[in-house]
Design a protein around this ligand. Structure first.
Ligand SMILES: NC(=O)c1ccc[n+]([C@@H]2O[C@H](COP(=O)([O-])OP(=O)(O)OC[C@H]3O[C@@H](n4cnc5c(N)ncnc54)[C@H](O)[C@@H]3O)[C@@H](O)[C@H]2O)c1
Length: 249
């Protein structure tokens, strides 16, 4: 008798922002490769839809709230992979960015990852192994993008956080990488396009900035996340992995 092995068999993976978009696709891809996935988000009703997939359990967690993160970390005995996905896109230059926009973005996009890593890393250190993946973006220290001032600032910080964690804990069996997508077709991107004064033009702009002439699908990003979560990528740490349809060409 032969059994089919999953690329993530036996791994326990916690991720944020799993209710829709890239997080949802990653949760499904992880589970289909044999992982036990703890999918978290603040959107309880959308999160529940994931319960139909074998291997996924769901949990409402607001990643800006330390107490909620710590409560989850306390309940979980073992964690192999932490995937920090949650993030928000503010549209505008530095002059359009109010202090509240700055604080909200930095809190959701960066502080949340600091809180998650702080809560789950001690478990990984006790196990002498762990794998952290953070969601960054090409709009960061990699590429200057118009109207993405605080967003790019926050994602550049995510890259810095990733490299710092990778450097500090490499000798203790921990690795940490980040994913830097270009434009990905997700519900929030579609909402952002609709919110522009000329949505048709906004869509055109998003499409033409990708040299492929199309956006990435969430599944294409999820494939990369499976690779990063698996032992296939065991030699990678401290890397920002770009998947941008030629945007940086
Ligand atoms: N879509 C893109 O083009 C693109 C490109 C590069 C990077 N990214 C990054 O990928 C990540 C996911 O983006 P997306 O477009 O797939 O997702 P999305 O914006 O469609 O969904 C985000 C999810 O985060 C959840 N969320 C919001 N606030 C939360 C909080 N406080 N705690 C927990 N969950 C919360 C929402 O409920 C939602 O389910 C983000 O970090 C984003 O910056 C996206």
């Amino acid at each position: 008798m032969c059994s089919i092995m999953g690329r993530l068999d036996g791994k326990i993976i916690v991720l944020s922002a799993a209710a829709q978009g890239i997080g949802r696709a990653a949760a499904i891809a992880f589970a289909s490769e044999g992982a036990r996935v703890i999918a978290t988000d603040i959107n309880e009703s959308k999160l529940k839809e994931l319960q139909q997939y074998q291997g996924i359990t769901t949990r409402v967690v607001d990643v800006t709230k330390r107490e909620q993160i710590e409560a989850l970390a306390k309940e979980i005995e073992k964690i192999d992979v932490l995937f920090n996905v949650a993030g928000f896109v503010h549209h505008g230059t530095v002059l359009d960015c109010e202090e509240k926009d700055w604080d909200f973005t930095m809190s959701l996009n960066v502080r949340s990852m600091y809180l998650m890593i702080k809560a789950f890393l001690p478990k990984m250190l006790a196990q002498k192994s762990g794998n952290i993946i953070n969601m960054a973006s090409v709009a960061s220290s990699i590429k200057g993008v118009v109207n993405r001032c605080v967003y790019s600032t926050s994602k550049a910080a995510v890259i810095g956080l990733t490299k710092s964690v990778a450097a500090d804990f490499i000798e203790q069996g921990i690795r940490c990488n980040c994913v830097c997508p270009g434009t990905v077709d997700t519900p929030s991107l579609r909402e952002r396009i609709q919110a522009r004064p000329d949505p048709e033009q906004a869509l055109k702009d998003f499409l033409t900035r990708q040299r492929t002439g199309r956006m990435a699908t969430v599944e294409e990003v999820a494939h990369l996340c499976v690779y990063l979560a698996s032992d296939e990528s065991a030699y990678m740490t401290g890397n920002e992995v770009i998947l941008d349809g030629g945007w940086c060409l």
